[in-house]
Design a protein around this ligand. Structure first.
Ligand SMILES: Nc1nc2c(c(=O)[nH]1)N[C@H]1C(S)=C(S)[C@@H](COP(=O)(O)O)O[C@H]1N2
Ligand SMILES: [Mo]
Length: 321
């Protein structure tokens, strides 16, 4: 059953209509894939609305609580695994829950290059080596004005960066998502330029709130949420939280992130949550917490200002949106 929620800005409202691949076409395009067959979507022209929460998977051992967690009410597993943006698996919020089901996350390799001493392929086990996993309950605010509270499990990105030994020239870090059209039916649509790319300034990347995520609610991360490895930067809009990361590059110049590439007048590099800087097509002053009816006030830096505001001292946040 399609889970209906309070009215929201639909992906079709924020995407150039020319490029927007509608649900019916999308499912037809995807129906050749194993994923679509497995989820019962490939029924000729008849299509089924079959958003289903992720099955419960493997429990993660030895997870510590973190003082960086919010004690706000957490969104449900069902919400966090059926309401996703992940255009590699379709532009509708429930498409990833259906089409990412058979996505292969093992084995997984992250390739490191650019301005660092330790270049090359690292398998996920090496990325995780020596890390203590922490539960970080973070507010998550999408640029489209919805929000959730999500108990991620991960570890500081700073730890990973130290392993790579960046040089003095490394001013930014760039991330890339897997680009595999066989597994990701959304890549057949030109809705974005693939692969999905994101970046952070080095001090943002080293900040203790910035984590690499491998789990959710005490379990291995579900595919629709970016398994096996995704980013969480809680003071920034959701599009900075790149999923299924396969490449990390240390660079001197500010990377061109995917949504800035798509519409630079609407989406910038910094993407700090900021209720005083409107999106050209809507206000960012309020947001809808998924599961709630009334809008709430959006907080500067998504409520993480005490920890991160100093990163932007002297910067014009209207220009650097
Ligand atoms: N590779 C990739 N990463 C992505 C996206 C995407 O389409 N592709 N969407 C982004 C957007 S717009 C949001 S709001 C978050 C949503 O993350 P969630 O599904 O875990 O809530 O993922 C971000 N990361
Ligand atoms: Mo988003």
């Amino acid at each position: 059953m399609l889970i209906k929620r309070a009215p929201d800005i639909r992906s079709s409202d924020i995407t150039d209509p020319k490029l927007y691949l509608n649900r019916r076409e999308f499912i037809r395009a995807a129906s050749g894939t194993a994923a679509a067959v497995a989820t019962g979507l490939a029924l000729g022209d008849a299509w089924v609305e079959a958003a289903t929460p992720a099955a419960h998977g493997r429990k993660l051992e030895g997870v510590k609580k973190s003082p960086f967690s919010t004690d706000e009410k957490q969104n449900k597993w069902e919400e966090i695994t059926t309401y996703n943006n992940y255009y590699e698996f379709g532009v509708d919020k429930d498409s990833p829950s259906m089409l990412a089901r058979n996505f292969k996350t093992e084995p997984w390799t992250v390739t490191v290059d650019g301005e660092c001493a330790k270049k090359g392929a690292m398998n996920l086990e090496d990325v995780l080596k020596g890390e203590t996993l922490e539960e970080r309950v973070y507010r998550h605010r999408c640029v489209e004005r919805w929000s959730m509270v999500i108990p991620w499990i991960g570890f500081p990105l700073a730890n990973f960066i130290k392993k790579c030994e960046p040089t003095a020239k490394a001013k930014y870090i760039e991330f890339q998502t897997l680009n595999d059209a066989k597994q990701m039916p959304g890549l057949r649509s030109p809705v974005l330029r693939w692969p999905y790319v994101e970046g952070l300034r080095m001090d943002e990347a080293m900040h203790p709130l910035t984590i690499l995520v491998v789990g959710l609610y005490g379990e291995v991360l579900p595919n629709q949420d970016g398994a096996p490895l995704r980013l969480a930067v809680p003071w920034k809009y959701g599009f900075k939280h790149i999923k299924s990361i396969v490449r990390v590059k240390f660079v001197e110049k500010q990377p061109l992130n995917t949504w800035q590439d798509q519409a630079s007048n609407e989406y910038g590099f910094y993407a700090n949550v900021n209720p005083t800087v409107d999106h050209p097509r809507w206000s960012q002053a309020t947001e809808r917490r998924i599961g709630e009816f009334l809008m709430r006030k959006t907080l500067m830096f998504n409520g993480y200002g005490d920890q991160v505001a100093s990163l932007y001292t002297g910067m014009d946040l209207r220009k650097n949106y």
